[in-house]
Design a protein around this ligand. Structure first.
Ligand SMILES: *Cc1c(COP(=O)(O)O)cnc(C)c1O
Length: 366
């Protein structure tokens, strides 16, 4: 079976350095908020091109705490609205509702799967405080259009970069440096993956960074002095040390994915399979290679029968989830179509070229 994502193989590539990093942390006797975290925050901020990177426990917390920080700073309040794509992974929406703000869902563009900027202005009300674009599957949103609208209406822009580490526009500007703040996930399967949970916020806003540093650590800047009713959402030393190893390889690994994605796009020629589109090469880091087909179940079975493992991202749209009963009656036909037809093919930096050959020929024979 060709695995959808072989995490074992991905991390074996770095085994020596990962073990070294583990040993360094073990032998340091210092396991929370030490030098490894400082180094990672410094390196990732530098990589992204922002002033601050703040490590947190996971990607969801990165988004939850960013919105929370804006509440503590008096920029957002409960009941305010945040515009978010209807076809995102549910975490982007959970981050809004966790803060008692209201998610306003907007349809994506059917060819990029990212939020359709032409729909944003009509959705803005007196309660709108932010836009939360999600660079879905690894492709940058149309940030210029989104930032223009945000400027015009004085809205914050919080990027969900959980799938877009290292995605760049034509000027080389990176995902996580466009908005006021951005949330990253380093969940093991993400393009930059830890060996457990981890996340971070990037921002160039000093005040926001300062507030976030307190919120993630019990609401405290100074030990035993609590300014906020904070949480414990620290990125621990061990994961930071492992991420320091893997960050160095990120761009090279992305380049390998890009080559494979280009092979799929150039060599698969089958009317029944709708391939993804990527105008600017560097703007897509291929966290997922998502195609669309009419009869998805049959297609998935066909691939399974031919030893190709696939995954569906995602089977049920957020507005159809039981958790969002209040949204169940809303209609998002584009989003629903994507959720009915989307299926993700194996794509990673460790997949053999003979496996890619096999996948391409099986797709062409479908
Ligand atoms: C993975 C993901 C998250 C959440 O990250 P975790 O680290 O799993 O909490 C948020 N948004 C998107 C789009 C994601 O893919």
């Amino acid at each position: 079976m060709i695995k959808f994502l072989d995490l074992y193989k991905i991390n074996q590539n770095h085994k020596l350095q990962l073990v070294e990093a583990f040993t360094r942390v073990l032998d340091s006797g210092w396991y929370i908020m030490g030098q490894e975290l400082k180094t990672f925050e410094h390196e990732f901020a530098h990589y992204t091109g922002v002033k601050h990177c703040i490590g947190v426990a996971n990607g969801l917390d990165a988004l939850v705490l960013t919105i929370r920080a804006y509440k503590e700073l008096g920029v957002f309040k409960e009941g305010d609205e945040i515009i978010v794509p209807s076809n995102t992974y549910i975490a982007s929406i959970l981050a809004i509702s966790a803060n008692n703000l209201v998610p306003i869902l907007l349809e994506p563009n059917i060819s990029t799967y990212n939020i359709d900027p032409t729909l944003i202005e009509a959705a803005i009300t007196s309660k709108t405080v932010a836009i939360l674009p999600v660079h879905l599957y690894g492709q940058l949103c149309e940030m210029e259009e989104i930032l223009n609208i945000a400027n015009k209406y004085n809205l914050k822009v919080i990027e969900d970069c959980a799938q877009a580490h290292g995605a760049r526009n034509i000027n080389g500007k990176l995902a996580g440096s466009f908005g006021d703040a951005a949330g990253f996930s380093f969940y093991p399967g993400k393009n930059l993956g830890a060996l457990g949970d981890a996340g971070a916020i990037t921002t160039s806003d000093d005040q926001l960074a300062d507030t976030l540093r307190a919120l993630l650590n019990y609401g405290s800047h100074i030990k035993y002095q609590n300014k906020y009713k904070g949480v414990n959402s620290r990125l621990d030393e061990l994961q930071a040390a492992l991420l320091n190893v893997k960050l160095k390889a990120l761009d090279d690994e992305t380049e390998i994915k890009r080559k494979i994605a280009n092979r799929y796009i150039n060599e698969v020629n089958n009317q029944k399979i709708i391939m993804p589109s990527a105008d600017v090469q560097s703007a897509h880091v291929w966290h997922l290679f998502v195609v669309r087909v009419q009869n998805r179940q049959e297609f998935q079975e066909y691939l399974t029968d031919n030893n190709i493992q696939t995954v569906i991202h995602y089977p049920i749209p957020p507005h159809k989830q039981e958790a969002y009963r209040e949204l169940n009656d809303l209609l998002f036909p584009i989003s629903e179509k994507i959720h009915e037809e989307a299926i993700s093919l194996p794509l990673s930096n460790v997949i053999d070229s003979s496996d890619v050959d096999h996948i391409i020929s099986i797709l062409n024979e479908y």
